[in-house]
Design a protein around this ligand. Structure first.
Ligand code: LMR
Length: 353
């Protein structure tokens, strides 16, 4: 063989290997590489489900349980393939990808939908939900229904709400007790105009940042702090690169579990039924599990002893609520009077919880 022929064969082999291995998982045919039992091979329906958190979080665990139940309830005719940790899409891209049908399922935190449908900003209003019961009532009642119905014109349908938990504040600059303690800090935020204004009212500069960059942002001092749930602070180890944490429960982080609407419409009714059943079972479990996980991981954070913890007193909480009260008027037009009215009713009902 001539010397250049050997090189050519080598390059061709390399290119072929890159096609099949290197570009995976963005480049897949059906379920060939992952079809565990080869049952229903060739005619099973694949649902690709992308999310940005770790597999051992409330959302990651719920996604896996859903996949297992779908398999069982559809007799292996539907397979849910999960892509965690933002390996397929970061938050900013996943909603667009769902609308375009490049991915079939996502479960973004509700804030990420507000850019596309502003009424979703309602979920970010500070102290909108004063207890877990209030969240449940909101999601199962008119608030949850109205928000889902507004997604349909964007080619998305809502299958369920999954909870994560209440958000807490963390910082490296000092304890956060009074609204004035936030002054001049830089905080990582999920992009949402309500969250940006929430921090602006406290004199904080907001830095929108994808979830999977937050640890590094905190570690390098690009940002001083942020807000997140106990389970996210724990599983992504934010508490190891933050010196102060305030248990404030000032906002709620929940997920909208969504499917591409056109894709859903093409699923035969008996499979849709199996998927719905799997989702109902998963959601009941997931919402309880999220509460348990946040409680357990709160104890783990305390036990680690690396972060100084403060729990807001009722008086301090009143001060925070007062500082943020203007947001309700400021966003009333965008969110809609009806939804703000529903939140007010819930607040009255759960005041004092
Ligand atoms: C965040 O960006 O902090 C959260 O939305 C991540 C998540 O999905 O829980």
């Amino acid at each position: 063989m001539r010397p250049w022929a050997g090189t050519l064969v080598f390059v061709l082999l390399g290119l072929t290997a890159a096609l099949f291995i290197g570009f995976y998982p963005a480049f897949t045919w059906g379920s060939v590489p992952q079809d565990d039992e080869q049952q229903g091979y060739g005619n099973e329906l694949i649902i690709k489900f992308s999310h940005v958190v770790a597999e051992n979080t409330p959302k990651g665990l719920a996604a896996q349980r859903f996949a297992d139940l779908v398999k069982e309830k559809t007799g292996n005719r539907v397979k849910v393939e999960i892509y965690p940790n933002g390996v397929l899409y970061a938050e900013a891209g996943e909603v667009e990808a769902l609308m375009r049908g490049e991915i079939q399922m996502i479960a973004p935190s509700t804030s990420h939908l507000s850019e596309h449908v502003p009424s979703w900003l309602v979920m970010d209003l500070p102290y909108a939900f004063l207890s877990q019961e209030a969240v449940k009532e909101a999601m199962e009642g008119p608030i949850g229904q109205q928000l889902f119905s507004r997604l349909e014109k964007k080619n998305m349908i809502g299958l369920a709400y999954w909870g994560n938990g209440f958000k807490q504040m963390t910082s490296n600059q000092g304890p956060l007790r009074q609204p004035s303690d936030f002054q001049d800090q830089r905080f990582r935020i999920i992009p949402s105009r309500v969250i940006e204004e929430q921090f602006k009212l406290l004199g904080v500069k907001s830095v929108p940042m994808p979830f999977n960059n937050v640890y590094r942002g905190l570690e390098t001092g690009l940002v001083d702090g942020g807000e997140n749930t106990i389970s996210n602070i724990y599983t992504k180890k934010f508490y190891q690169v933050q010196r102060f944490m305030t248990l404030s429960n000032h906002g709620y982080l929940g997920y909208a579990v969504l499917m591409n609407k056109k894709f859903w419409a093409q699923i035969p009714p008996e499979l849709q039924r199996g998927i719905r059943e799997a989702m109902a079972e998963t959601s009941a479990w997931a919402n309880e599990n999220a509460i348990r996980m946040n409680e357990r991981q709160w104890n783990d954070i305390k036990a680690a002893g690396s972060v100084e913890i403060h729990t807001l007193t009722p008086q301090e909480r009143t001060e925070w609520r007062k500082a943020w009260e203007p947001l309700y008027d400021q966003f009333e037009r965008e969110i809609g009077r009806d939804l703000i009215g529903e939140i007010r009713k819930l607040q009255d009902k759960y005041e004092g919880h």
